[in-house]
Design a protein. Structure first.
Length: 163
């Protein structure tokens, strides 16, 4: 490990054997109307000690519980984690050669301390957000062009806004 690589305690959580408990947990949150809390959510230990959770942490825990409930694995890693090209490609849902092309074109920053390329998770997140924003802008422009060309007149009007 190099000096600038963060030490990462990466854990992947699986729902194996505890699906019913996770379903019960998510259902209990939903029944109490606290999937989006109005009061402070808290973790309560078996000894009844209580730790209040900030809303973003509560939302993250609910998202993790819902993913586990669906049988998906969940990994928790710091945003500053340094990923291999295969891990980065998996994160973006592209092939490793496609990711390498993006890296070589400079679309995503990388480091290459030796012969291997590494990508910061925060750079992947920024790239993904930029691509989503760009796609949204292009789709909005296409919808405007379709409306200007009268293509929605053959239907019941433009589709409802999805955002």
């Amino acid at each position: 490990m190099t000096g600038n690589q963060a030490t990462v305690d990466t854990r992947t959580y699986f729902a194996e054997g505890s699906e019913a408990q996770i379903v019960d947990f998510v259902q209990a949150l939903s029944d109490r109307g606290i999937l989006t809390p109005t009061s402070r959510a808290a973790l309560v230990a078996p000894d009844n000690s209580r730790i209040e959770l900030p809303e973003p942490l509560h939302a993250a825990l609910v998202q993790v519980a819902e993913a586990l409930m669906q049988g998906l694995a969940v990994s928790v890693i710091p945003q500053s984690a340094r990923l291999t090209t295969q891990q980065a490609a998996d994160y973006l849902g592209v092939s490793r050669p496609t990711l390498v092309r993006l890296l070589e074109r400079g679309e995503i920053p990388m480091s290459k301390p030796g012969r291997h390329r590494y990508v910061q998770l925060q750079d992947l997140v920024a790239y993904q957000e930029a691509m989503q924003s760009r796609r949204r802008e292009i789709l909005d422009a296409m919808a405007r062009e379709a409306a200007d060309a009268g293509l929605y007149e053959a239907t019941d009007g433009p589709p409802p806004a999805m955002r």
